[in-house]
Design a protein around this ligand. Structure first.
Ligand code: SME
Length: 138
């Protein structure tokens, strides 16, 4: 009905809220595992459009989190060999995996235009956001 937002609308609202409320969050998006393929597919996001709508497992920060199942905090993207650049303005990145029933089904990806901005507090907060999203998707 008209009062019930779809899942994608809710995910987009979360991206928008995070990007607007937290100054060092400049691109906020969700990637999800793409069916049976060994790749991630871009879901709802807020920020500059990216060419990287499909990311193979293992490639870039996002692709590495798809296989490691672990948070990946990058204080300086220029120091990473396995990194996919989306914008020259980006200085740092954080990726937190999203688990539904114990399975890594995707991730939240945040880029920052500020150098070394992410703390343990960001990790705990974004893990909480991912848990809430997981409950919505379960
Ligand atoms: N930088 C990411 C690619 C996705 S963009 O940040 C939107 C990576 O290295 O996986």
């Amino acid at each position: 009905n008209q009062t019930t937002a779809s899942t994608n609308e809710r995910l987009l609202s979360i991206c928008s809220l995070l990007e607007q409320q937290i100054p060092h969050y400049n691109w906020v998006g969700f990637y999800f595992k793409n069916g049976d393929k060994n790749e991630l597919k871009l879901g709802p996001y807020v920020g500059a459009p990216t060419d990287h709508t499909i990311i193979p497992f293992g490639k870039g920060i996002c692709g590495q989190v798809a296989v490691s199942n672990k948070n990946f905090v990058v204080p300086d993207v220029s120091a990473q060999d396995n990194y996919i650049a989306c914008s020259i303005n980006v200085k740092a990145e954080i990726v937190i995996p999203l688990f539904v029933n114990g399975e890594n089904i995707g991730q939240i990806d945040i880029d920052s235009n500020t150098a070394d901005p992410f703390t343990a507090e960001d990790e705990r907060f974004l893990e909480f956001v991912c848990e809430e999203v997981a409950m919505m998707l379960a």
